[in-house]
Design a protein around this ligand. Structure first.
Ligand code: ZN
Length: 212
């Protein structure tokens, strides 16, 4: 109960700030609607909240979160429930965001599961979902020179998953088209939980570089 009370107290602070003290932002968002310029696709991990990390205001970022910040490949003919793909389509084709950020992070349990699938052999959904990351796992094993569990393999795989998600974004025809036209830019970010460091992938150098 104490945990829920903490959230209710937080809601009251939020409500006071945006609906009692200064109402202009939400009045505008209500009247005009949302027009976020950036979609952030992040892991569901409770420590890596895109709005908190980027200190964003309401209306600034359109957020999609899932286990291990994975983008599935474009699958038009598969009539499964494509929640991530639907959110991408809404952000890119309706909201016309100008940036997509894939936000990965250290100590990712989803990536750990990808590397150690035996832990979720009995799972209903997790194992199948993180399987999207297989190509990233193979690259990380090649890079480290071993598929045996290690911190180096975990770090390498967390970054390869970001690159795989960026690659899979380009399998969506309307993303490919807008990137080609220069109206949409893709970004890969990596957040370190230990010290709050943030890196971005530099496509020119092919490595993740510190942001600061
Ligand atoms: Zn994670």
């Amino acid at each position: 109960m104490a945990e829920i009370q903490k959230l209710i107290d937080g809601y009251r602070r939020f409500h006071k700030k945006y609906f009692l003290s200064d109402t202009t932002l939400y009045e505008e968002l209500d009247k005009v609607g949302q027009s976020p310029k950036t979609l952030v696709l992040a892991c569901s991990d409770s420590r890596v909240d895109p709005s908190i990390i980027s200190d964003a205001d309401p209306g600034d970022i359109f957020v999609v979160r899932n286990v291990a910040n994975l983008v599935p490949p474009y699958e038009k003919d598969d009539k499964g429930f494509h929640g991530v793909s639907a959110a991408l389509e809404f952000a890119v084709r309706i909201l016309k965001v100008e940036n997509i950020v894939i936000l990965g992070h250290s100590k990712c349990a989803g990536v750990h599961t990808l590397l150690n699938p035996e832990a979720v052999e009995d799972s209903d959904f997790i194992g199948h979902w993180v399987d999207i990351g297989q190509p990233a796992k193979e690259k990380a094993c090649d890079f480290v020179g071993s598929c045996v569990e290690s911190d180096a393999l975990q770090h390498a795989c967390e970054k390869e998953v970001i690159l795989l998600s960026l690659k899979n974004l380009m399998t969506f025809p309307w993303i490919q088209e807008r990137v080609g036209a220069g109206s949409l830019t893709l970004h890969g970010w990596y957040f370190r939980i230990s010290d709050g460091g943030l890196q971005h992938f530099n496509p020119k150098t092919g490595v993740f570089e510190e942001i600061f």
